[in-house]
Design a protein around this ligand. Structure first.
Ligand SMILES: [Fe+2]
Ligand SMILES: [Fe+2]
Length: 335
C-alpha cells in the first residue's frame, strides 16, 4: 500500500470517493438541466420534467415525457431521471454528514493544518496521474477516471476557443481531491457542494434540513443572516466550506500566475447554492458579479463534458505540459 508522509494511502477508499463524487455531480447535472429547461421553456413545455417546486428540481413528483424536443432545450432522459433517484439516496447520507461536520471550528482547524503541514511535492502532471491512479485503480471496469474528466473538461474548453488559462482550469479544477489521501477526515471534507461558514445556512443549499445537526446552526452569531460578515463584504472575505475547491484554490493562488477569474472558477465551482441557486447575493460585491458569470461559464464544461470522448493521454500530454509550465513557474508544487 503506498504511503505519503507516513500516512497510509487508502487505495480502495479512493474509488469510493469517486463514486460519491459521481453521484453528487449527477444530482447537480440533473438539477441544472431542469433549471435550464425551465428557463428555455416556452408555454408549450410538454417535453420536459414538470411539477417543480421553487427549489424543487429534486422533487420526487417529477415526470418525464418523451415528446420530441426542439434544439434549444436540454431534455431529461428517463435513464438520467432514474440515475438521479438512485444517486439521490446515497447523496442524502453523504450530505447529512457533511452538513453536520462542516463547522466554523472544523474550518478554522482545516486551514491551520493546510498552512502548517507539508504534504507532498510533485509536478502538476504527476499529481494528476497519481490522483487518477489512487482513485481509479481499484476497479478495472470503471468508466470513471480523474484524468479523463480533467482532459475532457480542458479539451471542451479548448475546442470552444477559450483562453489558455481557462483550459488549464479545466485540467486542474479537481486536482484538489488529492487532499483525500493526505489530511481529510472523510469524503465530506473533500467533495460535495460548498457553502459559506459563519453565517446562516441558506435554504438554497441541497438538503438544508441536515444543518439542524450542525452546532453552528444554533450559534447566536453564526446562525444569523450576516453572521460574522457585513453586507456586500465580498466573497473574498467569506469562509467557504473546506474541500477540494478551497484546497486547490490556495495552491493555485500561491504557486501559479493564474488570473482572478481562473482562481474564482477553481474556488467556487462547487458553490452551487451561489452560482446556480442565486443564494448569498447579500454577501457579494461588484467584483463577485463578474466572477459569478465566469464560474457559471466554467460550470457547463465541468458538468457536461463527461463521457464524450476518451482522449489519448500520450498525444495530449505535450500540449498540457506546456500549458502547465506557462502558469506554474515552479516545476515542483507543494501540495
Ligand atoms: Fe470539483
Ligand atoms: Fe469536475
Amino acid at each position: 500500500m503506498p504511503q505519503q508522509n507516513g500516512k497510509v494511502i487508502r487505495n480502495h477508499e479512493g474509488h469510493l470517493l469517486e463514486l460519491m463524487d459521481e453521484d453528487v455531480q449527477s444530482v447537480n447535472a440533473f438539477k441544472t438541466r431542469i433549471m435550464l429547461s425551465r428557463e428555455d421553456d416556452s408555454s408549450t413545455s410538454e417535453h420536459v420534467v414538470k411539477k417543480q417546486k421553487r427549489h424543487g428540481a429534486e422533487n420526487d413528483n417529477c415526470t418525464v415525457d418523451k415528446t420530441p424536443v426542439d434544439q434549444n432545450t436540454i431534455p431529461v432522459s428517463e435513464d438520467e431521471f432514474r440515475q438521479y433517484h438512485q444517486a439521490k439516496s446515497r447523496v442524502r447520507e453523504f450530505y447529512r454528514e457533511q452538513h453536520e461536520k462542516q463547522t466554523m471550528a472544523f474550518n478554522l482547524q482545516a486551514r491551520v493544518n493546510f498552512k502548517t503541514k507539508s504534504r507532498a511535492r510533485m509536478t502538476i502532471w504527476e499529481a494528476l496521474c497519481k490522483l487518477s491512479m489512487l482513485i481509479d485503480d481499484s476497479d478495472p471496469d470503471t468508466e470513471l477516471s480523474q484524468i479523463d474528466h480533467a482532459l475532457q473538461t480542458a479539451e471542451a474548453i479548448r475546442a470552444d476557443g477559450k483562453p489558455r488559462w481557462m483550459q488549464l482550469v479545466g485540467l486542474i479544477h479537481d486536482l484538489g481531491k488529492i487532499l483525500y489521501f493526505f489530511d481529510s477526515e472523510g469524503q465530506w471534507d473533500v467533495v460535495g457542494d460548498t457553502f459559506p461558514i459563519g453565517c446562516q445556512f441558506a435554504d438554497e443549499i441541497i438538503f438544508q434540513e441536515f444543518f439542524k445537526g450542525n452546532p453552528d446552526d444554533s450559534h447566536p452569531i453564526y446562525s444569523s443572516k450576516l453572521g460574522i460578515y457585513e453586507d456586500n463584504c465580498g466573497l473574498n472575505s467569506v469562509m467557504i466550506s473546506w474541500g477540494h475547491d478551497e484546497y486547490m484554490y490556495y495552491i493555485a493562488k500561491s504557486q501559479s500566475t493564474l488570473n482572478e477569474k481562473a482562481l474564482a472558477m477553481i474556488r467556487y465551482h462547487s458553490f452551487y447554492p451561489w452560482h446556480r441557486e442565486g443564494a448569498y447575493r447579500y454577501l457579494m460585491n461588484k467584483k463577485d458579479y463578474e466572477m459569478l458569470s465566469e464560474v457559471q461559464a466554467f460550470n457547463r464544461y465541468d458538468l457536461y463534458s463527461k463521457n464524450l470522448t476518451k482522449y489519448d493521454l500520450k498525444e495530449l500530454q505535450p500540449y498540457y505540459l506546456d500549458l502547465i509550465d506557462e502558469f506554474f513557474p515552479k516545476k515542483h508544487i507543494d501540495f
